[in-house]
Design a protein around this ligand. Structure first.
Ligand code: HEC
Length: 178
């Protein structure tokens, strides 16, 4: 039983009237307002305290996890199979790719792709490194989707980088980051 289901289940229980939970749209517990109602029964009061402590710990860890961990990307098949329209290792491609990366991406992803650009500090989502095995193991199409369609805090660049070859140049350039 997940914590959310547990919370819903408990809602029906009379214990729950002493505990107020705020669940945001994404299903994460963003804040918990906890208060203890006075109870005549001492035994019940103690077990309620125990439950409250458990809830506090769970809420805390859920919040931390929600801030740091990013979900795996779900890439539509159409994008996954996309093939680069340009040749890698072409020096002029690298020049264009680097220029565009520095202009549009570096501020968050950092000069070397570690996700340590100046704007990264204000991001709630973890930015994975662009220079490790996990990143390089992806197909060009997967990287293309992440880079130009994006999601949530990763901006959409379809209107900012229009040229198809320019987009592939950025993908190729990112593959050379060390
Ligand atoms: C405003 C900050 C910001 C800018 C600018 C930005 N990104 Fe991102 N990018 C992110 C964040 C945050 C994530 C993680 C998003 C997630 O996992 O939901 C991300 C994820 C990615 C990923 C997938 C790696 C991962 O962390 O899962 C790629 C590839 C990527 N960005 C490429 C680019 C490219 C290419 C550009 C420039 C054209 C760019 N980004 C500009 C913030 C940014």
């Amino acid at each position: 039983m997940s914590f959310i289901n547990f919370a819903k289940y408990m809602e029906k229980d009379f214990f729950w009237h002493g505990i107020g939970l705020k669940v945001n749209q994404t299903g994460n517990i963003s804040q918990s307002d906890i208060f203890i109602q006075s109870s005549k029964n001492k035994k019940m009061k103690n077990s309620m305290k125990l439950i409250l402590m458990l809830v506090a710990v769970l809420t805390f860890s859920t919040t931390i996890m929600a801030q740091n961990k990013s979900e795996p990307w779900v890439i539509p098949a159409k994008y996954k199979a996309m093939k680069s329209t340009i040749k890698a290792n072409d020096p002029s491609v690298m020049t264009v790719g680097k220029e565009l990366y520095n202009k549009h991406c570096k501020s968050c992803h950092g000069t070397k792709g570690y996700g340590d650009g100046p704007k990264s500090a204000s991001m709630k989502t973890e930015i994975r490194p662009l220079n490790d095995k996990a990143f390089l193991a992806q197909t060009d199409g997967e990287i293309y989707y992440q880079s130009f369609v994006g999601r949530d805090e990763m901006p959409n660049f379809e209107k900012k980088i229009l040229d198809e070859e320019d987009r592939w140049a950025v993908v190729q350039f990112m593959r050379t980051l060390k």
